[in-house]
Design a protein around this ligand. Sequence first.
Ligand code: ADP
Ligand code: MG
Length: 710
Amino acid sequence: MKANPQKYSFDDSLQYIKGVGPKRALLLEKLGLKCIEDCLFFLPFRYEDRTLVKKIADLVPGERVTFTGEIESAETQRIGRRKKILAIHIKDDTGTIPAKWFRFRELYMTEKYPVGSKVILSGKPEISRYQGGGIEVVHPDIEVISLKENETPEIGKLIPVYHSTEGLHIKTLRSIINRVVETHAFLVPEILPDEILRRHKFPHRQEALHQVHLPANDLPVKDLDHFRTPAQKRLIFEEFFLIQVALAFKRRHIPKTVGAGRAFKTRGPLIGKFMKLLKFELTQAQKRILGEIMDDLEQNKPMNRLIQGDVGSGKTVAALICLLTAVENNTQCALMVPTEILAEQHFLNIQPYCQQLGVSIELVTSALPAKEKKLIHKKIQEGEIQIVIGTHALIQKSIEFKNLGLAVIDEQHRFGVLQREAIGKKGGHPHILVMTATPIPRSLALTLYGEMDVSFLDEFPPGRQPIATQIFFEPKRDQAYAILRSETDKGRQAFVVCPLIEESETLDLKTAIEVQEYLQNQLFPDLKISLIHGKMKKEERQLIMAEFLEKKIDVLVATTVIEVGIDVPNATLMIIEHAERFGLSQLHQLRGRVGRGQHASRCLLIAYSSVSEDGKARLDAIQKSTDGFVIAEQDLKIRGPGDFMGTRQSGMPILRVANLIRDIKILESARKEAFNLLDRDPGLEDPQHKNLKQTMKSYLGDKLNLMNII
Ligand code: ADP
Ligand code: MG
């Protein structure tokens, strides 16, 4: 077939496809299917083998099959007062079997499937719970073998099965997709270079789409179900390949040089002075990553490096050494963090060093009064302030640096790609260092940070005690409080974290306020128990944090504001209320707030027995491991990649076909091919790569912020 570009386009709405119309278009939209292209790349999640049609006598419980027969009789049966079951008895020349429906519209069913009609069914026979345990099939797919001429029953074929939505029958969806594939797949341009197709023995793109939606009967269903046919592999590969080409492209087009004089001199006298002030030796891992960073900073091109280091591995001091290096090179630098409370804490930590070293430092948050804000902005613009610490406020238009040489972004996982890059635009291509404490499974790291260099801070400062984690289901809450008492008796401090700060009628949550009052008034009147949450004034929060650090407060009841970055070595106990409601990486982060000093620490998870399956899996994972990477892999498995980063703005391109867990090998090979390709054709200028470039641009341009470089 030849494409007819005047007539059809990829972005055409599905509404105008035969058999769709406005109503179904809305249902399709629920599935994320708006245009032709969406539909083509909406792949079946499993296949049904209807090539082999079995006889009724040969049906085995638990095995999905297709069989045909004639409707012998049908009846409804009552169970209990309200419920009804529909049983349609099917017979062939070897026997009979009831097909049963628990949800059905009686009139519709009896009209559609009258006694005597020939039908084809597929489903999974099982042993009946009633009638002495004969075999039956519940909610099978059933279709009258139509006598109309041009209708073929879905028999003798491999049938693709798609995720559908309420109100859209799977058969309708299947026939819509079928139609779209038949009429539009020929529009799809090939985007993979010939040599890659050859090397991997991939089918062409159009061919692949046909094969996944209308599979040939001789394909092994097992391969199809595991996404292992050449057509499926090709579509998975291409999805990863596009992303990796984009990342490789980006990496190459990162400006080649930094502003004049920004090839830093490292390890100067200021750093020497700072090292003398520091009360501890750097760990080997800290030295190693600093070595990698210093090598970058000495280059006359901007650093673009990610540090992955688990909670408590000591990223802050590494960051500070980088900041001071920038200062020593007469440039300004910025440390950007996701929350005000963390900005404040970094500021409190860093400021004393700066004072002793004679370095000027300021805190910029959105909470600053207008007048003060203006003044600070002015000082930043005039280059008077050397180190600026702040939140998103730092990337606002109103802030201009005179001479930004380095930007450090902490807890990067809370920011999106675009924010990460916005700070880089604040000066003539400053060096960029991003740090994250959410260990990212390798596959995700390759997709999210594929254009960066990565350093691993894989060692903890000495003397860390492992954190023992225990789960207490609600009736045993008192045991957790008994542990709290024994810790405070030893002079230690504790956090109690709650999910919400105000009482909510719909969610029966223990709120932070309630918990604080309960602990203070009912249980521990002799202890000082304070509350901290995100809606407090900055001064109030700072005061409380300072008091906690000075051990004037024994127990800090908090909302998740303390999730990132808080550092109080004497705190040895973390109690998490409603732990089942927290995400896995959030639990890991929270747990990381303790175990930071010399004392053995514990994390107690208080959960409610009505926990969901996912909730159980999370609690189980957090109890079993303290290794951030293991936890991250588990998290990815439980949640799936789309949701993994927690925030939609994470910039993760949505994967339509590929799966980050299942397809890691394909991802790696796609990455290799992508980077090789860019070595050969850095600008993707070869006419052979035109479609690739175009598709990358339309698919990923906004997401990966490519627009200004393509
Ligand atoms: P994170 O990587 O989670 O940001 P921090 O930078 O907050 O971790 O460090 C956690 C704690 O470990 C801090 O109290 C810090 O002072 C301490 N620390 C960092 N490096 C070392 C080291 N080399 N030796 C001893 N303590 C260290
Ligand atoms: Mg930190």
